[in-house]
Write a protein that binds this ligand. Structure first.
Ligand SMILES: NC(=O)C1=CN([C@@H]2O[C@H](COP(=O)(O)OP(=O)(O)OC[C@H]3O[C@@H](n4cnc5c(N)ncnc54)[C@H](O)[C@@H]3O)[C@@H](O)[C@H]2O)[C@@H](O)CC1
Ligand SMILES: [K+]
Length: 455
């Protein structure tokens, strides 16, 4: 997994390093030159323009210019603080104007359609949050050093950075502030089906859907089945026989259903509660009883999160007393309900603070999803795309995580693996018109691919 380190922390690592700054700059600049040659597809007859600023970012760019000249590339270097009226023509522009030391107020010049290779970050992109400035270029590639920064992953980062290359320049990272989840990690986390498998071994209990909203129960159930649950029992409070094919239909009353759910919960390995449950007062009460008394790992999603936010204690503090793992899956609005304010641009900090106050695993949904658990390094999943912002996809994710918890994967990894698999599923779907059920259909192929690939 790629390590993610905040710019502030990277500065501290830099300060503590025994490698002299000049040497770091030499290594960084050489890596930028190599990336430029790859981008140009050669050296002979190629022209490169380096926009170099007054700080170390500019120094990286000037070293790259020297290395490129040595290889026969025609290089022009312009000073970011003294730009000529007309820029020299080039096949590639290297943006070495400013990096993490940028303070705003400087405009990157218009380079038309010429591709831009960014050093560390495209100038003006906030390396801590990924928020771009007004003239931040859209780079085709960004070369950064030692670790990715949150700004490469969140907000405008992916669109402005293009392909991200993380180069080892010999700085020892003591601890990552987050890790970017990849297929190799998820493959490693997925357990093999045990030889003593029986149908109750990885059984998932789901409470989702209400009259008129049974789709949520269907989606969560079929997703759990396709994600490897050995058995799924589903209840949609107040609904008669409506279980999807091959799931157990556990009818429960429309009110005070917690007794019926808790009665035989010991037979299950996880509980998914919340999708499409509605927001009635009696629903809130039943959800809270389950949170208090369910002694299996639990995913609380959708209206389950609403119930947590509106419990009489006035906060999600009921979670702190749970002795088994809990996974919360808020989007920004639900995060706002739980905490009183929506997450700000620092999404790692937002997810971590809710995890710390609740003791739960928090999966904060977004274009890059963050998973935070007390005592664990946060995980970031950027496998999905904007098509996941479609009704019902959250119900699918909740079901997948429920199955992975039932398969005995620890909550932190189960949540991240669930988000990763969910992202791969949407990538396999047709380019337009994706509906949540399509994700479920892709799950067997996603798991097959994941387990088949060597890495
Ligand atoms: N450990 C690391 O990550 C390493 C980072 N390196 C590079 O060092 C960079 C950070 O270097 P610096 O801290 O020198 O920061 P920058 O190179 O981003 O620039 C800071 C300088 O620019 C000036 N400045 C900032 N905004 C301005 C504006 N709007 N108009 C005019 N001047 C402005 C500042 O006064 C300061 O002199 C990184 O982005 C990276 O490229 C490498 O050189 C080596 C190691
Ligand atoms: K830059």
């Amino acid at each position: 997994m790629i390590q993610v380190v905040t710019p502030q922390h990277m500065q501290a690592i830099d300060d503590a390093s025994e490698v002299p700054l000049d040497e770091l700059i030499a290594r960084a600049g050489a890596a930028v030159a190599r990336a430029a040659i790859r981008q140009l597809g050669g050296t002979y007859g190629r022209r490169v323009l380096v926009v170099a600023g007054p700080g170390n970012n500019g120094a990286d760019g000037r070293v790259a210019a020297t290395r490129l000249r040595e290889r026969g590339v025609r290089v022009a270097v312009v000073d970011a603080l003294d730009l000529p009226e007309r820029l020299p023509r080039a096949d590639l522009v290297i943006d070495a104007a400013f990096g993490t030391g940028f303070r705003g107020g400087w405009q990157f010049p218009d380079v038309g359609a010429t591709p831009v290779l960014a050093v560390d970050v495209p100038t003006g992109l906030d390396a801590a949050t990924g928020v771009a400035g007004p003239s931040t270029p859209h780079a085709v590639r960004t070369v950064t050093f030692q670790a990715a920064k949150p700004g490469h992953v969140f907000a405008d980062g992916p669109a402005r950075c293009g392909d991200l290359e993380v180069v080892d320049i010999g700085l020892g990272v003591d601890r990552a502030d987050a890790l970017l989840v990849d297929a190799a990690a998820v493959r490693h986390w997925l357990p093999h089906r045990p030889t003593d498998a029986h149908k109750w071994r990885e059984a998932v209990r789901i409470v989702a859907g209400t009259p008129g909203m049974t789709g949520a129960g269907h989606l969560a159930t079929t997703a759990a089945q396709r994600a490897g649950a050995s058995l799924v029992a589903v209840s949609s409070p107040g609904v008669d026989a409506d279980a999807p094919v091959e799931a157990l239909d556990r009818r429960v009353p429309g009110f005070d259903w917690y007794t019926a759910v808790l009665d035989d919960l010991h037979r299950f390995r996880s509980l998914v509660i919340g999708p499409g449950l509605g927001r009635e007062e009696h629903t809130v009460a039943s959800v809270l009883r389950c949170v208090e008394d369910a002694v299996v790992p639990m995913v609380i999603d959708g209206d389950g999160l609403f119930a947590l936010a509106w419990n009489e204690a006035g906060s999600p503090a009921v979670l702190v007393d749970r002795e088994v793992p809990t996974v919360l899956t808020p989007h920004d609005g639900e995060y706002g309900l739980l905490t009183g304010r929506r997450p700000d641009d620092d999404r790692l900090a937002a997810a971590t603070s809710l995890a710390d106050t609740t003791g739960a695993t928090v999966l904060l949904k977004g274009p890059a999803t963050v998973v935070a658990t007390p005592g664990e390094v946060p995980l970031i999943v950027d496998a999905g795309d904007e098509r996941l912002a479609t009704a019902g996809t959250g119900d699918v994710l909740a079901g997948i995580i429920g199955a992975l918890l039932a398969r005995q994967i620890p909550a932190h990894r189960a949540a991240a693996a669930g988000a990763f698999v969910h992202g791969l599923a949407v990538q396999r779907c047709a380019s337009v018109g994706v509906i949540a059920g399509d994700l479920v259909e892709q799950l067997p192929a996603v798991f097959t691919d994941l387990l088949a690939t060597d890495a």
